[in-house]
Ligand binder design. Structure first.
Ligand code: SF4
Ligand code: SF4
Length: 268
């Protein structure tokens, strides 16, 4: 998911995985790290998992120190934005003269550039359309380099298949909301649940394991054990559950006679 900045130029050409482009980014270029300033980076749930672990922070600490909440245009869903430093040029808190200090755990947006991806799904249409495009920042010298890639090679090099897979449940919820249109409102409680699962896996874990949640939902014991110890498993479950809560989709089955547990952790 590429979030172009005001100086971005989006090339009006649809790209496919086999499309080729020239690009390289490395220390020594005069623009090195210039792109890590004043940039609008929406963090995905998997970005947050990787970054908080890298920094040795709880989700709560990470959200407090490094992020702001933003309402996503056209969906009105609350998402998390990486906070830039409040100093001249608004640098990213993780940029150094040597490059990105959390490179192995950098967010998906940083991995995608200079490729952007569009993922379309229309209301009541099962087919999804996915294509790519190039984003050129005015100051970026990477396009003058001779290294050639296909879009698929770039994705593999940047580890994007894993990131997209881990974020798929979240993206589908956002796209579904977008396809319903701006007039389809979710309740404040539903928005709160979406934000909790998307941004604070520890809070969601407490919600599942320290309330009567598991006495209401029919979750196989093996899955419960995986969720207990694995943030990724818990996230995947969370988005499956949210599809039922937010949109009335099948989601996670209720136990016979049980009422849905949709109250947040504060009241659980
Ligand atoms: S996270 Fe790393 S790559 Fe992304 S903007 Fe910050 S310093 Fe740059
Ligand atoms: S501006 Fe382009 S080439 Fe320069 S550091 Fe950023 S991505 Fe790399």
């Amino acid at each position: 998911m590429e979030i172009p900045t005001p100086s971005s130029q989006i090339e009006p050409v649809k790209l496919v995985p086999e499309s080729r482009f020239r690009f390289a980014c490395h220390k020594g270029l005069s623009c090195f790290t210039q792109c890590c300033r004043g940039i609008d980076i929406i963090l995905t749930p998997y970005d947050i998992l990787r970054m908080k672990k890298r920094l040795g922070l709880t989700a709560e600490e990470f959200l407090l120190v490094h992020t702001d909440v933003e309402i996503l245009e056209k969906t009105m869903l609350p998402v998390v934005r990486l906070k830039m430093r409040e100093e001249e040029g608004s640098p990213c808190p993780f940029v150094t003269s040597e490059g990105c200090s959390i490179y192995e755990d950098r967010p998906a947006t940083c991995r995608y550039y200079p490729v952007g991806m569009v993922f379309l799904k229309k209301q009541d249409v099962a087919d999804k359309e996915e294509f790519y495009f190039m984003v050129r920042e005015d100051h970026c010298k990477g396009f003058a380099e001779s290294r050639e890639w296909t879009v698929a090679e770039w994705r593999a090099d940047q580890g994007l298949d894993l990131y997209d897979e881990r974020n798929r449940g979240w993206m589908e919820i956002i796209l579904r909301k977008k396809s319903l249109g701006p007039t389809a409102e979710l309740s404040p409680k539903a928005l709160q649940l979406f934000f909790m699962v998307s941004s604070n896996v520890e809070s969601f874990r407490r919600f599942v394991f320290e309330s009567r949640f598991l006495s209401s939902y029919d979750v196989p014991a093996e899955r419960i054990e995986k969720m207990r110890n694995d943030d990724v498993e818990l996230l995947e479950f969370g988005f499956e559950w949210l599809r039922g809560v937010l949109y009335g989709d099948k989601g996670v089955d209720l136990k016979p006679g049980a009422a849905p547990r949709e109250s947040g952790p504060a009241s659980s």
